[in-house]
Design a protein around this ligand. Structure first.
Ligand code: AHM
Ligand code: MG
Length: 348
């Protein structure tokens, strides 16, 4: 039984973190708490998915031409409705929507921008594998009390004030950072509370796992082929290979590698010259968390946190995890993919 003196709820933790920022208004604290509440509602539905007969695709396709699952729609709506009337958020953007999600004028001025991927890895829903939700929070940068704009949303990841993800796995966990380390909470469903289970997460070294979709080998560049061969220690018999793990749910792959050490890779390939993952919804928040845990995230050229997004649904190649493993990827790409990198740099 857990000793009561060691029980830290997410609310208490967020408040304690706020206390470390003199002059904090409490708005960010409340926004994070709203996010935790949305996560609990989504967790409730994901764990009841089979029972509630909620599984299965809707007839709608999202802006990327992918079939939406019912839970995607539910998660998207819960997050929006939880945050559209609080006066804390000036604009939202969801991976499931083409355009910005404006906040009604009577709920302005909001000071924060909320960007989210409501249910990442949704192709895994029907097979009961882990899925996740990702949140990114920026401060409003455009002047005045008006609506948030595209300029407020398209900020480099280095300006994030907070990022979080929720993993719906064998238990539900919420992991967040406000720039003061990375902290993980496990949902106790019997009391409906997120309790601190992983304080101050640091990515361990040496990395244990690498995660990449090997089914794409045929489409990989020479740089990626050499890099993955290096991870497998194929060309270097003195080193131990890293273990391979890949679920196809970025949050689950990232989370495991954050706790165990390793590298998550979704590179550009012949069919996807900019990779698959989205800069604002997926790469920036996880890069922020990786950096706060002592790791590093790169697009193959440099720090993902330094990239200035050009458009809302921009894709980006992703290498994230232990710094030495990510820097090694950059090294292989510089050595073998010079022309491809030069082309990519023009679109970057
Ligand atoms: P989604 O946002 O449509 O769910 O797609 C993102 C997911 C990531 O979670 C995962 O890393 C990746 O797609 C897997 O793609 P692939 O099947 O090409 O390996
Ligand atoms: Mg996604």
């Amino acid at each position: 039984m857990t000793s009561l003196s060691s029980l830290v709820t997410i609310e208490r933790h967020i408040l304690d973190q706020q206390g470390q920022h003199p002059g904090a208004t409490g708005r960010l604290t409340s926004l994070l708490y709203d996010i935790a509440l949305a996560a609990k509602l989504i967790a409730r539905e994901t764990t009841r998915a089979g029972i509630a007969n909620i599984l299965g695709a809707t007839s709608d396709e999202n802006v990327h031409g992918e079939k939406q699952q019912k839970l995607d729609v539910y998660a998207d709506q819960v997050i929006f409705r939880m945050n559209d009337h609080t006066g804390r958020v000036c604009v939202m953007a969801s991976e499931e929507h083409d355009d910005l999600l404006p906040i009604p004028a009577h709920h302005q001025p909001g000071y924060y921008v909320l960007i989210y991927d409501p249910l990442d890895g949704s192709s895994n829903i029907d097979v009961n594998a882990s899925i996740g939700t990702i949140f990114a929070i920026h401060r409003k940068i455009t002047p005045g009390d008006g609506h948030g704009t595209m300029d407020d949303v398209l900020q480099p990841g280095s300006r994030l004030v907070a990022a979080a993800y929720v993993i719906y796995g064998s238990s539900t966990m919420l992991v967040y950072s406000t720039g003061n380390g990375v902290h993980g909470f496990t949902l106790d469903p019997s009391v409906g509370e997120f309790l601190l289970s992983h304080p101050d997460i640091r990515i361990p070294a040496p990395g244990q796992y690498y995660s990449v979709n090997h089914g794409h080998h045929k489409y990989w560049s020479p740089g990626i082929r050499h890099y993955v061969a290096w991870l497998q220690a194929l060309e270097d018999t003195d080193r131990q290979p890293l273990e391979h793990r890949y679920i196809g749910s970025m949050i689950a792959d990232f989370h495991r590698n954050l706790l165990r050490g390793g590298v998550f890779v979704y590179p550009a390939n012949e069919r996807r010259p900019n990779g698959k993952l989205r800069l604002t919804y997926e790469a920036q928040p996880l890069a922020f968390i990786a950096a706060q845990a002592g790791g590093y995230a790169s697009d193959g050229i440099g720090d993902i946190l330094d990239l200035q997004p050009r458009d809302l649904h921009q894709r980006v190649p992703v290498f994230m995890g232990n710094r030495d493993l990510v820097e090694k990827a950059e090294w292989f790409l510089r050595r073998f993919d010079r022309d491809l990198l030069a082309e990519y740099e023009k679109r970057r």
